[in-house]
Design a protein. Sequence first.
Length: 200
Amino acid sequence: MTRLLVASRNRKKLAELQRVLDGAGLSGVTLVSLEDVPGFDEAPETGATFEENALAKARDAFAATGLASVADDSGLEVAALNGMPGVLSARWSGRHGDDDANTALLLAQLRDVPVGRRSAAFVSACALVSDSDEVVVRGEWRGSIAGEPRGNGGFGYDPVFVPRGEQRTAAELTPDEKDAASHRGRALALLLPALRGLAD
């Protein structure tokens, strides 16, 4: 059984990857999080792109633990804000991980933007670093920003993101529906061939 370190403390991300592995019938891989390994100095996220940040996190985790490591950097790109908050999504309001404050600031910035110009995309870059390989993939989930939050599922900006072709927000989708369409689900699906290689 291969141990794969998910370089995150977000249990929801761990569960999401587990669902993708289960859905693909991929056994032979046991997921562990940063909470399950000895602590190490984690470099700040200073990359200009999601890909740079994800690869840096995965490299740090692999170097510190020796475990094959997967890391994700994800966020929301809003056309009317010239692609922001982008890599700053988790700390858009100035407080890292404050979902409510980040979402409130985003909605305030879009208050005068008409419905037809509120297009956005969730982006996820996932990096896998092991002793034999480095792989970086990117998934995108296109949609628009709602006028107010709806739904209790998911996390981050999910309550204000309406996927293309949907009336519901990402926070109103079931976990299975979200996994099948989401940016992270798409990126993780692209990562499956490399993950299968670990399990062999």
